[in-house]
Design a protein around this ligand. Sequence first.
Ligand code: ADP
Ligand code: MG
Length: 204
Amino acid sequence: MLDADFFRRWMAAAAASVDREAGRLTELDSAIGDADHGSNLQRGFAAVAAAVDKDAAAAPGAVLTLAGRQLISTVGGASGPLYGTLLRRTGKALGEAAEVDRDQLARAFAEGVAAVGQLGGAQAGDKTMLDALLPAAEALGSSFRGAAEAARAGAEATIPLQARKGRASYLGERSIGHQDPGATSAALLVEALADTARAGGAEA
Ligand code: ADP
Ligand code: MG
């Protein structure tokens, strides 16, 4: 079972990963955006890690809801409200249970991903974070590691796509041939989840 501390460790692992990969995320965003995705998420997840560490929330849902609120209030770019919505809606779907299992998380995460789609109006294949999040949500029903692999494969599969949402869509065909920064960071988030599960012996 996954308790509030597991979710705090996930957010800390995500913050560390975003910090390590910030340069790469910004490089990807400089090719098809405005070169701020790494710094946006670095600032956002640093605030998330600090907030969930300070807060004594006893429920997984409360940890994710707090994390989502932090992202919305600290990240100015498109990705802040989108990731904020992902975590807030996932947290809300988890409710007040003190512990949840992977299946419950998979269902809640799928609701969070659907909310990202509603907010941003993007669909699979539009070359956005959803191209990593949608396959991850589906695979999370089977395993943490499978979700991480699906997210990474989904991010890599954005390379040949033409962007239809967000800043990259302004480039039209020139967005083809570059990996989407948001899909890349989404894969980092899901990989951090799988790493946290493995470290805690929760892999199944
Ligand atoms: P901004 O585009 O405002 O500079 P970021 O650079 O932080 O924000 O984030 C860009 C990423 O956000 C994109 O790579 C894409 O994955 C994601 N994104 C942008 N618009 C949308 C949308 N409408 N739906 C889903 N994801 C989106
Ligand atoms: Mg940007």
